[in-house]
Write a protein that binds this ligand. Structure first.
Ligand SMILES: Nc1c(NC[C@H](O)[C@H](O)[C@H](O)CO)[nH]c(=O)[nH]c1=O
Ligand SMILES: CC(=O)[C@@H](O)COP(=O)(O)O
Length: 161
């Protein structure tokens, strides 16, 4: 189902686990910063709304989405219950888009397979800037909000497993 038909940014707070004791790492790519700052705000606000203490949200920046893998690997080594990777890759004229998207998706998948701390994939892979705007606080909601809810749910699953 496409984002246009399923906007997960609206959620029922009663279904979200208590997050007040959790600590989260958020790694933010500086590429397309107008988009990644919107995603960060969505994630940060959703964590706070669900009881996370501001001091328990650790933010690091990395230059581009490709560097999210290394940033998230190092963040996993901090005392955090889950990590959120935030990036925005937008199609250009060459194959660079495919390599960046492939690298970051596979890299984050590997961190989830190999290591204990869950890493949430909040990397937009859009054809146009307009699509990115619509998904980072625009008419299709905010994928940062959705990532924060996923992070809380995964932190809870980790705690109980
Ligand atoms: N074009 C985009 C990039 N490119 C930069 C790479 O992510 C990386 O920083 C560089 O290749 C050095 O290793 N990154 C994005 O996040 N978004 C883009 O649209
Ligand atoms: C996703 C990218 O790296 C992209 O913005 C690069 O653009 P181009 O393929 O035109 O060099």
């Amino acid at each position: 189902m496409a984002t246009a038909n399923k906007n997960l940014s609206h959620y029922d707070k009663n279904t979200i686990p208590d997050a007040s004791k959790f600590r989260f790492g958020i790694v933010v790519s500086e590429w397309n910063a107008n988009i990644t700052e919107g995603l960060y705000k969505g994630a940060y606000d959703a964590l706070i709304e669900n009881g996370v203490q501001p001091a328990n949200i650790v933010r690091w920046n990395v230059p581009g989405s490709f560097e999210l893998v290394y940033g998230c690997k190092k963040m996993q080594e901090q005392m955090v219950n889950a990590v959120i990777a935030i990036g925005s890759v937008i199609q250009g004229e060459t194959k660079h888009f495919d390599f960046v998207c492939e690298g970051v998706a596979q890299g984050i998948k590997d961190l989830n397979v190999m290591r204990e701390t869950p890493v949430i994939f909040c990397v937009l892979t859009d054809n146009t800037m307009q699509q990115a705007i619509e998904r980072s606080g625009g008419k299709h909601g905010n994928k940062g909000t959705e990532a924060a809810i996923a992070a809380i749910k995964m932190a809870e699953l980790r705690k109980n497993s």
